[in-house]
Design a binder for this molecule. Structure first.
Ligand SMILES: [Zn+2]
Length: 450
């Protein structure tokens, strides 16, 4: 299944390995023309739902590099690490918990517990903590005093800007700050395509609440987060919640629930909701000397707000949407003899997420009048919808090309079009065809794509 998805992504321009002509970079990917469109659609609808349609949430766009003190205060310098173990035989390095929890069994040469998947060796060094933050230097001097980090999460700029956002937006608690942005983690073990990358994008909200109201808001955000995936087409049976055991919580968290998706390799984290309590604002108050408490007018007192943090990886969401939308039909859906021999692939994206909304197809390309009319139709819809013009190959083959990238509507211009100014609109999922007048086309599509 994953091989099929990866190959489709490359072939049709969704996702490529970064700098592939040089052999790529491990766990870093580029989004091609269709992938970039799909990703932007996910981000735009996320912003629409959680910022535009909410009165109590504002969005910021923070920097990747922050004052290094931020990471001292946040606890990342101390605690943002994974245990690392090295195989004494082949010197490959692994996450220690992956070795001891048998996560590698069945992979490579690991047949049983505590075995190296590369060489099958059973002797490892003691586990050592390895910090996952990428280091860099500010300015021309490369020493410890000038060391900085690429952010491993977007949350911190929402904490450091808490007061500025509060004052400039005149929000009252409860309110949230949202952000979509690039983050960097120097993962020891990578893999499963874009699932575990070293550079990726996340969408996060820090929702500030009165202490004592945090548990209620936590439950609320778990529901809202789950609903986002369901509303954009993920099947309910492929989602579940995972409650982190108390003794395994991150250093800042009181409670964490993951929303897991049934990926082809098994249930895995798609998104999460954490109750970060007042940990971050308290620590930043201490480390910076700035008072980050909130004055509650109604209660006439100051307190440090609690923070509920719903977060999702944009790449993981994109991958889940892709996998969930993927359908392969042996022999194809049409019953013509030629198609029976082929397999057909359809991406049943939610129409709002589909990268291309409509394709304009003249029935044949060797009739000038048809091509001219098709170009007119293309020019008409182009400013309103991301669309494609395609005249190459048989009409059946062109339908299939569009099904494979999830285009909801194919518009065919045929000889009747020249007589009555109507075209055929074919629906990707039902394959039903409808005749629509050209002058009603834009309204028709607008209505359908809502
Ligand atoms: Zn080994």
């Amino acid at each position: 299944m994953m091989e099929k998805i990866i190959s489709l992504c490359k072939r049709r321009g969704f996702i490529y390995p970064s700098s592939e002509i040089y052999g790529g970079v491990e766990a870093i990917w580029d989004y091609g023309p269709l992938g970039a469109l799909l990703k932007n659609n996910i981000k735009n609808f996320w912003l629409k739902r959680f910022v535009q349609e909410k009165e109590d949430i504002v969005a910021i766009d923070g920097s990747v590099i922050m004052n290094p003190k931020v990471w001292e205060a946040s606890g990342h310098l101390e605690d943002f690490s994974d245990p690392l173990m090295e195989c004494k035989n082949c010197h490959s390095r692994f996450r220690a918990d992956y070795i001891t929890n048998s996560k590698f069994i069945g992979q490579g040469r690991a047949k049983k517990e505590n075995q190296c998947p590369v060489c099958g060796g059973e002797n490892f060094t003691e586990a050592q903590q390895f910090n996952l933050m990428f280091k860099t230097f500010l300015g021309p001097i490369e020493n410890k005093a000038h060391q900085a980090y690429l952010r491993p999460e977007t949350a911190q700029s929402m904490f450091t800007n808490f007061k500025l956002v509060l004052d400039s937006s005149r929000k009252k608690i409860p309110f949230g700050i949202a952000q979509i942005g690039k983050v960097f983690r120097n993962e020891i073990t990578t893999g499963n395509f874009i699932f575990r990358c070293r550079e990726f994008e996340i969408a996060e909200i820090e929702y500030f609440v009165k202490p004592g109201n945090d548990e209620k808001w936590f439950k609320n955000w778990v529901k809202e987060w789950e609903r986002f995936f369901l509303d954009f087409g993920i099947k309910k049976k492929n989602l579940r919640r995972f409650e982190h055991p108390k003794d395994k919580l991150a250093h800042y968290s009181k409670r964490t629930v993951d929303i897991e998706y049934k990926f082809p390799w098994g249930w895995d984290e798609l998104a999460g909701i954490a109750n970060r309590t007042d940990y971050d604002l308290k620590r930043h108050s201490q480390f910076s000397g700035s008072d980050l408490s909130y004055y509650d007018k109604e209660e006439d007192k100051n307190y440090i707000p609690y923070v509920i943090e719903p977060t999702m990886g944009i790449g993981r969401a994109l991958l889940a949407f892709l996998i969930d939308a993927y359908e392969e039909i042996k022999g194809g859906r049409s019953k013509t003899t030629k198609a029976v021999k082929e397999k057909e692939v359809i991406l049943h994206f939610d129409k709002r997420l589909a990268p291309i909304k409509a394709a304009v197809l003249p029935l044949v390309k060797n009739k000038l009048s048809l091509v001219k009319k098709a170009r007119e139709v293309y020019n008409l819809i182009k400013p309103n919808f991301i669309s494609q013009y395609d005249e190459v190959g048989s009409i059946g083959r062109r339908y299939r090309r569009q099904d494979e990238i999830g285009t909801p509507y194919c518009l065919t211009i045929d000889f009747d079009t020249l007589k009555d100014e109507t075209i055929t609109i074919r629906d990707r999922d039902t394959m039903k065809q409808e005749r629509v007048k050209i002058r009603e086309l834009v309204n028709y599509l607008q209505e359908k794509l809502k």
